[in-house]
Design a protein around this ligand. Structure first.
Ligand SMILES: Cc1cc2nc3c(=O)[nH]c(=O)nc-3n(C[C@H](O)[C@H](O)[C@H](O)COP(=O)(O)OP(=O)(O)OC[C@H]3O[C@@H](n4cnc5c(N)ncnc54)[C@H](O)[C@@H]3O)c2cc1C
Length: 313
């Protein structure tokens, strides 16, 4: 892939909207670390995105889609290429009204854009008396990030609620795909790395507003009690190994409270790496590797990061 700088003037001429040049990715990551991306561009609809993807392909420039940055780690050296943020129409929510399509087995179909915040969709569901997505109330990601990660909590996963999605491939082609063909597994889907999720339709169940609200409150309370919600983090840093918990293993390895520079294993939940204020991405990566080595030494288990390290280690 070519670096962008030799095409920067072309891009400036070609793109009508705002471009953030050499801007730190720490502002787009809940871990609050990450060096500059060559360019950061917000797109507001499918046509704009298609145009941008085709231009980037023509010039062989790499690109990254970033949702709310709540499950990414960007190196201190930053990212070559263009970071794409989905805004405008990508943040919409709509109830599909055509009863012949929407009413299957007392399900209601809700379509949300990939850039819409998951907790915003949960609030919309509360307003419409729809149950299913309550588990997502405290997950601070976008619909795109949540589906790519098959986000889940309290025994539920978002993949099980996806009826259909709209996708764009790296040629800019747009096409629908059934939820059951997305190959959801624990914290991942099975589509190629450069597939972009544009929107998703969820199949939800009519329910009682009071019960839905009470469930959301319960989940929020559990988070406040057990997770360091006020400190910058990316949620659970490692995937749970089969039939075990990464947090339990890290705690048993004696690493709770252990820190490297400004990165620390949370005292509240050992699977959270928090930024105590001045962490660099290198601190977090160093801490990640220390945890992996110690847990492997003690238990023979290799912990795999759940967090996506953009640009590689
Ligand atoms: C406090 C806290 C609590 C959390 N709790 C949970 C939890 O309970 N359960 C859980 O599963 N996760 C949890 N997370 C992690 C995170 O919020 C989820 O994984 C979330 O779904 C990520 O969404 P995002 O928009 O932030 O994705 P990002 O971090 O922006 O991106 C994640 C990956 O998805 C890709 N991506 C994003 N949007 C698109 C798109 N439209 N098309 C294609 N690829 C895309 C990115 O390129 C990247 O590879 C938590 C995080 C925090 C900070």
């Amino acid at each position: 892939m070519a670096r962008l700088n030799s095409h920067a003037r072309d891009l400036d001429r070609f793109w009508q909207g705002r471009i953030l040049w050499d801007s730190p990715m720490s502002q787009f990551s809940t871990l609050k670390v990450g060096g500059p991306a060559e360019a950061i561009i917000s797109v507001t609809n499918n046509q704009e995105l298609n145009k941008l993807i085709l231009w980037l392909k023509k010039h062989e420039i790499g690109w990254w889609i970033v949702g709310r940055g709540s499950n990414i780690l960007v190196p201190d050296t930053g990212l070559a290429g263009v970071v794409i943020i989905l805004e405008g129409e990508f943040r919409s929510i709509e109830k599909l009204m055509n009863s012949s399509i929407t009413r299957k087995k007392e399900k209601v179909l809700i379509r949300a854009g990939a850039g819409c915040l998951l907790p915003k969709l949960v609030n919309y569901c509360i307003s419409q008396n729809l149950s299913g997505l309550e588990f997502g109330v405290g997950i601070p990601g976008s619909i795109g990030g949540a589906i790519v990660m098959n986000a889940g909590a309290w025994g539920y996963e978002i993949g099980s609620l996806v009826d259909e999605v709209l996708l764009m491939n790296s040629n800019g082609d747009i096409f629908p795909e059934q939820g059951r063909n997305l190959g959801f597994f624990y914290r991942k889907w099975s589509l190629p790395h450069n597939m972009i999720l544009l929107s998703a339709t969820f199949s939800l169940t009519p329910g009682s507003k009071d019960v839905i609200k009470a469930t959301c409150r319960k989940y929020q309370e559990l988070r406040r009690r057990n997770q360091p919600v006020a400190e910058p983090s990316a949620g659970s840093f490692f995937k749970n190994p089969p039939a075990d918990s990464a947090g339990r293993l890290i705690e048993k390895a004696g690493l709770k409270g252990f820190s490297v520079g400004g990165a620390k294993i949370s005292e509240k939940h050992a699977n959270f790496i928090v930024n105590t204020g001045k962490a660099s991405a290198a601190d977090i990566l160093h801490l990640m590797q220390t945890v992996q080595q110690e847990v492997y030494k003690r238990f023979g288990i290799k912990l795999e990061p759940e967090v996506h390290i953009l640009g590689g280690v």
